[in-house]
Write a protein that binds this ligand. Structure first.
Ligand SMILES: [Zn+2]
Length: 315
């Protein structure tokens, strides 16, 4: 397991920062407490060592909705089969701790990640189509182009992306996009190519979500103009993310979502530890601050709008 999956040994509902020599220091959640529940629109909770515990941690910290992202070509059937047990166990954990709280709502997005495009064949597509019939599945994703890692040939990535957009349109589902360019903005521009493919195939009527957005304003504007939803995760809290923070200012509040990409993209100040979906409250506080939304009634309205956006997108 990569370093990022390190979690503190403490089994409580708190937050921890990883220090040197495997020491952990507790971190206080955003203060004053957030005024409204928060949704995590993108989390691979099945990759965490103890998903049930993480769902309980969400409930204990005001995170009441999570969309779990599953790639049938890589993850197989297990996350679909295990989810009910995790939710049940999360409820038991909360009861054990004396907390009278509901377990979060968990929906699922299923799709073949661009890394795995080379695995896409008729059998995988059948498997994906079966999953799309699952009533818990509310989107096709994450799909797209990744020219940073190039784990599948680019032509294959483009074909599989195009194909899955078509499947989403046929199924009446929205799409969640993973787009990451390479070093050369001219030659490796995953966002521009994906936008062109979407224009050719037609943007899905049920919606398009740009996950883990880090685009500067000028590159983000066409996506905003096309009516896409834009999700921000832990990267918005990173020191070197000024361009992404500027981009976050051009998105209408009605199109903004929050996410974690758990177990990746851990927000400050927990970097170095695995990201859990409950970390989305730190990103929520950061995004409110970036947008100039003050704690209190203004932030409550902001958070309620972002929550409603998530439910509307994954409706
Ligand atoms: Zn992801």
């Amino acid at each position: 397991m990569p370093d990022r999956l390190q979690l503190p040994p403490e089994q409580d509902f708190g937050f921890y920062q990883r220090r040197k020599h495997d020491k952990w220091r507790q971190v206080q959640p955003p203060a004053p407490p957030l005024e409204a529940p928060v949704a995590d629109s993108h989390a691979h909770i099945h990759m965490l060592p103890d998903p049930a515990w993480e769902l309980a941690r969400c409930a204990a910290n005001g995170v009441d909705y999570i969309c779990m992202i599953v790639d049938p070509s890589e993850d197989g059937p297990a996350p679909f089969e295990d989810l009910d047990a995790w939710l049940f166990d999360a409820g038991a954990h909360l009861a054990d701790e004396g907390l009278d709280l509901a377990v979060p709502t968990v929906t699922i997005a299923a799709g073949v990640h661009p890394h795995n495009a080379k695995l896409y064949d008729a059998a995988i597509e059948d498997e994906l189509l079966d999953r799309l019939d699952d009533p818990r599945v509310v989107a096709l994703g994450e799909i797209g182009l990744d020219y940073h890692y190039d784990l599948s040939p680019r032509e294959t990535q483009r074909e599989v992306f195009r194909r899955q957009i078509e499947l989403a349109k046929q199924a009446g589902l929205p799409v969640a996009l993973h787009l990451r360019g390479g070093e050369d903005p001219a030659r490796d521009n995953a966002h521009r190519e994906a936008f062109e493919i979407l224009q050719e195939v037609g943007f899905p009527e049920c919606g398009t979500l740009l996950h883990c957005c880090a685009l500067p304003p000028d590159e983000l504007q066409p996506w905003v103009d096309a009516g896409c939803y834009i999700a921000y995760g832990g990267a918005i809290t990173f020191k070197n993310a000024d361009a992404a923070r500027e981009g976050a200012l051009v998105v209408p509040t009605g199109s903004l979502l929050l996410e974690t990409d758990s177990p990746y993209m851990t927000p400050e100040p927990m970097r170095g530890a695995a990201c859990t979906p409950a970390h989305v409250i730190f990103t929520a506080a950061a995004l409110a601050e970036i947008r100039g939304v003050a704690p209190g009634p203004a932030r409550e309205a902001f958070l309620r709008q972002l929550h409603a956006n998530t439910e509307a997108f994954y409706a």
